[in-house]
Structure formats: C-alpha cells, structure tokens
Design a protein around this ligand. Structure first.
Ligand code: TPP
Ligand code: SF4
Length: 338
C-alpha cells in the first residue's frame, strides 16, 4: 500500500485506492446484495455486549465447541441481557433463560426429561446421548446466588456441563462484588477510600467446592488460551455426569481497561499466577499449567482501574504484598512454577 511519512515518522496510508482492496472488500461494493450468513453461528455477532467483552467471546467458544445439538441454560446476567433483547436472539442453539437461583435445577430437569424420552423411545426427541446440556452462568450466579441449586445438581449427578464465565463481579447491575471478586478490587460495594483498600475477603474457591461434591471433572481456564479452554469444554461434555469449568473472562467495563486488551489481561492473570490453570479429576489435581518466570502481581494489577488505588500508599503496598503472598502459596500448592 502506498504511504506517506507522518511528522512523527510513522506511515500514513494514502487516500483509499481501489488497487488496495482485497477480494473480500470487493464483495461490499454492492451492499444491497451482501448478506452476512450467520446461520451456523452458535452465538452470533450483533449482540449488545460492550466491545472487548470477555464473556461474549467465551460464549462463542462454548457453543462452537459443543455444536448444534446443545441446550444452553443461562441465568440472569450480562450474557443473558445482551444476547436476548426481544424479539431478537444471538443464540443459534436452544437456549433457556432462568432466574439466578435455579439454572442448575432447570438444566437438571431438561437433562432428566431427555433421559426419560430416550428410555421411553420417544423418537421425536433427539437421543439423550446426542444432546449437550450446558449451564452458562456468571460468577455471581455461580459462587453466590445459584450455589444451592448447583450443589443439588452435582449431588444428583446430572449429565450437565456447568461453565462459569468468571468476570469477578456482578457486572450487569453495575459492578457489585461477588464471592469471586479478588482481594484489593474496588467495586461499587467494596469502594476504596480513606478506610478501605477495596475487597477484603478471599476469592471463594469454587473449583474446590465443586470437587468436594465428587464431581468427576473440574477445570479452570483463561480466555487467553482458547484451545485449552475448548478442550476442557469438550472433556466436560464427554464426562457422563456433572462437570465444572470455570473460565477467567475479563470485563473491560468493570475492571477498567481498554476493550482491545481483553486477551492480554487474561494472559497476564496466568503469567502472574493470579489465575492458575488446572484440572481436577475425582477431587485430585491431575494437571496444572506451568508458569515459567512468574511475573510479579503488580504487572497485572497496575493495568486495571479497579486496583489503581493500591498504588502510591502504604496501605496499598501492604495489600499488594498480601496478594503476592497468597499467590505464591497457591503456586507452591499447585506446583505451577516452572
Ligand atoms: C434474585 C435476583 N437478585 C438480583 C437480581 C439483579 N441482577 C441481575 S443481573 C445481576 C448480576 C449478575 O452477576 P453475574 O452472575 O456475575 O453475571 P454478570 O452480570 O457479571 O454477567 C444481578 C444482581 C436478579 N435479577 N435476581
Ligand atoms: S459489562 Fe462487562 S461482562 Fe457485561 S457486557 Fe460489558 S464487557 Fe461484557
């Protein structure tokens, strides 16, 4: 492409010139005839999520990996609100919206119904074995409000994959803390100020809680490694019984970073050990992603407005030291330092 030098030495493209167009751009010449074909998309673009929304990218991975014979049960939260403004829907698979408290209960019922259809030879329904039953829920729904129902689903052993998109707060209603909010984070219900350095409770260990129910397969993942995440979704669907996959899904709005940095934020969480990536089978950790030359936690914290109050004061410094100590202990437990 022809370019001119800008004053700062960088290159600026000349006015658009037809010879620069790719074949794909040619298709746009007759805009009236052009139609996007999203028939196959499990989670279509055009939803109302903020740009750079981590959970929306995660939703796409989940349903693309699961395929068309999938029923998604989705409690209230950003992913429900942005994807289903009546009469539109971004979901290309069967989808049910539920209140916070009962998504795992509804998924249990749907799964049990299909089991019964298969047993009774009801051929108008897909065979139970061919259907993926998935709950797709935020951390508020998972760690807090839907926990009772989730515990029941685990205990009864339903063949449901539970995917928690972990954006570490109640984002949909204005960034209130959840049981997943990490220490030091400023939220609207844990505001930092003269008397507080933000959230002061540890993040609830949901994977351990799931594993303690005897769930066969439990895993954590990050949006920054979609191949690993998708493998875990696939593995969770293969398991004959409940499985739990929790994926770090950065939220540019609630965390305070630019929407172009979502994947980088997920990557930093892994590289600093803030979000360890591991799998548990029958309650034991069976694999953990090694982190070579683990970065100090500041590299992650300093990039997000929710932690900005930690920099520049004694109280903040102490909080960062405490966070680092927790991460170091967790890294040692899991043996992730390479
Ligand atoms: C029983 C109940 N309490 C509160 C609300 C209000 N509410 C709607 S979405 C939401 C936050 C959901 O948080 P989370 O599950 O983490 O999903 P996110 O919004 O982050 O996607 C809340 C509190 C509600 N809908 N129902
Ligand atoms: S607030 Fe966060 S989680 Fe909700 S749609 Fe926007 S970016 Fe996504």
């Amino acid at each position: 492409m022809a370019t001119d030098q800008l004053e700062d030495g960088s290159d600026e493209p000349d006015e658009f010139d037809d010879s620069d167009k790719t074949e794909a751009a040619d298709e746009f010449d007759d805009a009236d005839e052009f139609e996007f074909d999203y028939d196959d998309a499990g989670f279509a673009p055009g939803h109302r999520a903020c740009s750079g929304c981590g959970p929306a990218i995660v939703a796409r991975h989940v349903v693309d990996e699961a395929g068309e014979n999938t029923i998604v049960v989705n409690p209230t939260g950003c992913m429900e609100v942005v994807s289903s403004p009546f009469p539109e829907s971004a979901w290309g698979v069967s989808w049910i919206h539920n209140v916070f408290a009962n998504a795992p209960g509804v998924a249990s019922g749907v799964e049990a119904a299909y089991r019964s259809f298969s047993r009774r030879g009801r051929e108008e329904f897909e065979d139970h074995e061919d259907v993926n039953f998935i709950v797709f829920a935020g951390d508020g729904a998972t760690f807090d409000i839907g926990m009772r129902s989730l515990s029941g689903m685990f205990e009864r052993g339903h063949d449901v994959l539970y995917v928690c998109y972990d954006n570490e707060a109640y984002m949909n209603t204005g960034v209130q803390r959840s049981g997943s909010t990490p220490p030091g984070a400023h939220t609207t219900t844990t505001p930092s100020g003269e008397y507080s350095t933000g959230e002061d409770a540890p993040k609830k260990d949901m994977p351990a809680i799931a594993a303690a129910h005897g769930v066969e397969y439990v895993a954590t993942a990050s949006i920054s490694d979609p191949i690993d995440f998708r493998k875990k979704v696939s593995r969770g669907l293969e398991v004959d019984g409940p499985a739990y996959v929790q994926v770090l899904s950065p939220c540019p709005v609630g965390w305070g970073f630019d929407g172009s940095e979502t994947i980088e934020m997920g990557e930093l969480a892994v590289e600093t050990g803030v979000y360890p990536i591991y799998e548990m089978e029958h309650g034991e950790v069976t694999s953990a992603k090694t982190v070579r030359d683990r970065k100090p936690v500041e590299a992650y914290l300093e990039r997000q407005d929710r932690f900005s109050h930690l920099f520049g004061g004694d109280a903040g410094e102490e909080t960062i030291e405490a966070i680092q100590a927790e991460i170091d202990a967790q890294a040692e437990d899991l043996g992730i330092d390479g």
